[in-house]
Design a binder for this molecule. Structure first.
Ligand code: MLT
Length: 256
C-alpha cells in the first residue's frame, strides 16, 4: 500500500473514521497549537483540551484550585474568570509550571476532538516545526489537520502544513501520495517566500513570516483586537524542540 501524506484545510473536510490508522498533526498556528506548545515547554504537566467552557470548569473542579490553570479564549479574548487567555507568552513557568492546564478555544480544541480516533495525535506549529518533521519522517500514513478560523480556511495553518509537506517529501526516504490539499499547501508555502528561505537553506526571519500570518483569517482577527504580538510569537520557527501528543483515552496532551 502507498504511503500517504494528506492535508485537510478544515477539520470538516475529513471524517474522524478516515484518521483511524494514521498519525494526525493538529495545526492551529494562531493560536491554540502555539499556546499548547508554550504551556508544556514552560513546565505544565499536561494540557486538557475541552470543547465548551462548562466542560472546562467541570474538569478543573476535579483538581485542587492551586494545581490547575484555566486557559483559552472566545472571540479571541480571555474567558470570564479564567486564569489565562490564549496568548502563548502568558504561559510562563511561573503561571503554569507543575500545573494542569485546562484549555478551551474556538477552533483548535475542536480540531483536536476531530482527531480523537487516530492512532496518534500530535500538536504542531511553527514553534516546533523541525521536531514535528523529525517525528513524521518514518510514518507511512500522515494527516495534517488544520483548525481554520470559524469554518474558514486560514493561511496561518495552510502555510505550516505546506512547510511540513515540503520538508517531509524532501527529507524522508519514503515516497508519499499527496492529496490535492497537500499539493496546494506545499505550493502556497513555496510561493510565499524566496526559495532559499522556503526550503530552509536560509533563515526565515519571524517578521517575514508574521507579515504573511497577519493576512490570514486568524491573523486579521488578532490584529483587530490588538493581539498582533501573538502573531510575532507564533512566527518564531523552531523556538522549541518538543512534540506534544494527545493521550486519546485520558484526553490529555503531554510532551512525548
Ligand atoms: C482557536 O482555537 O481558534 C484559536 O484559539 C483562536 C484564537 O487564538 O483566538
Amino acid at each position: 500500500m502507498a504511503n500517504t501524506l494528506n492535508v485537510y484545510a478544515l477539520p470538516t473536510l475529513v471524517a474522524p473514521e478516515d484518521l483511524i490508522e494514521g498519525v494526525v498533526v493538529v495545526i492551529d498556528v494562531l493560536r491554540a497549537s502555539t499556546t499548547i506548545i508554550h504551556a508544556l515547554q514552560a513546565g505544565a504537566n499536561e494540557v486538557i483540551p475541552c470543547l465548551e467552557i462548562d466542560d472546562a470548569w467541570a474538569v478543573a473542579e476535579q483538581y485542587p484550585r492551586d494545581e490547575v490553570v484555566l486557559g483559552g479564549e472566545r472571540n479571541g479574548l480571555p474567558i470570564e474568570r479564567f486564569d489565562l487567555g490564549n496568548s502563548p507568552i502568558d504561559y510562563t513557568p511561573f503561571r503554569v509550571g507543575g500545573k494542569t492546564v485546562v484549555f478551551t478555544t474556538t477552533n483548535g480544541t475542536r480540531a483536536i476532538q476531530r482527531a480523537h480516533l487516530a492512532e496518534r495525535v500530535l500538536i504542531g506549529a511553527f514553534a516546533n516545526a523541525s521536531a514535528i518533521v523529525r517525528e513524521l519522517l518514518e510514518q507511512t500514513n500522515v494527516h495534517l489537520l488544520c483548525a481554520g478560523t470559524d469554518g474558514q480556511m486560514s493561511d496561518d495553518d495552510i502555510l505550516m502544513a505546506g512547510m511540513l509537506v515540503e520538508r517531509i517529501t524532501r527529507q524522508s526516504g519514503l515516497l508519499y501520495e499527496l492529496n490535492v490539499q497537500a499539493l496546494t499547501a506545499k505550493e502556497t508555502w513555496l510561493h510565499r517566500f524566496a526559495l532559499p528561505r522556503a526550503l530552509g537553506a536560509e533563515p526565515l526571519e519571524p517578521e517575514l513570516l508574521a507579515k504573511e500570518l497577519r493576512k490570514s483569517a486568524g491573523g486579521k482577527n488578532l490584529v483587530a483586537i490588538g493581539l498582533d504580538g501573538d502573531i510575532f510569537t507564533a512566527a518564531q520557527i523552531d523556538q522549541f524542540d518538543c512534540v506534544p501528543e494527545l493521550d486519546p483515552e485520558k484526553t490529555r496532551i503531554r510532551l512525548v
